[in-house]
Design a protein around this ligand. Structure first.
Ligand code: FEO
Length: 169
């Protein structure tokens, strides 16, 4: 059975993952509003990934005979200054999530909860990818500068992204 401290840590993280999902969906709405449907599609997929993260933790808490809780979360922002601003926000958000996952690993170690530590390694690796993908889009946007044609081209590419459940990948 999972300890109370570990259970609380997971339940806080479940809320954070659902918040991330809504943050990215809010970003999709903003990107649609400035006629970038491909970038918006990328964020819609990100929304699905975050929901997957939340469900994965939810199921794990239950599997360990804990009690999964839905703690709720604040509303995400509504407006951004530009696509670059969106992805810079996403990147710094993912850095924050990485540090939350690292804190959960610390709790697992303190609690001598080896199963949770092993379970969390999936998230540790996932965060490396999450940060890298946001960072690479920031770099692309910076390279484009004011080029509308370049932005249109990248938007088309980002429209190709599809959701693949991570465990099936
Ligand atoms: Fe679930 Fe983007 O971290």
């Amino acid at each position: 059975m999972i300890s109370k401290k570990m259970e609380d840590g997971f339940n806080n993280q479940i809320a954070a993952e659902f918040y991330s999902a809504h943050l990215y969906l809010a970003m999709a709405a903003y990107l649609e509003s400035i006629d970038l449907p491909g970038f918006a599609n990328w964020m819609r997929i990100q929304f699905q990934e975050e929901e997957f993260h939340a469900h994965k933790m939810f199921d794990y808490v239950i599997e360990r005979d804990g009690r999964a809780a839905l703690k709720g979360f604040e509303a995400p922002p509504f407006e951004w200054k530009s696509p670059l601003d969106v992805f810079e926000t996403a990147y710094s958000h993912e850095q924050k999530v990485t540090s939350m996952i690292n804190n959960l690993v610390d709790i697992a170690i303190e609690e001598k909860d080896h199963a949770s530590n092993i379970f969390l390694q999936w998230f540790v690796n996932e965060q490396v990818e999450e940060e890298a993908s946001a960072k690479s889009i920031i770099q692309q946007l910076k390279l484009l500068g004011e080029s509308k044609a370049g932005l249109f081209q990248v938007d088309r590419e980002m429209g190709q992204r599809i959701f693949t459940p991570p465990t099936a990948a």
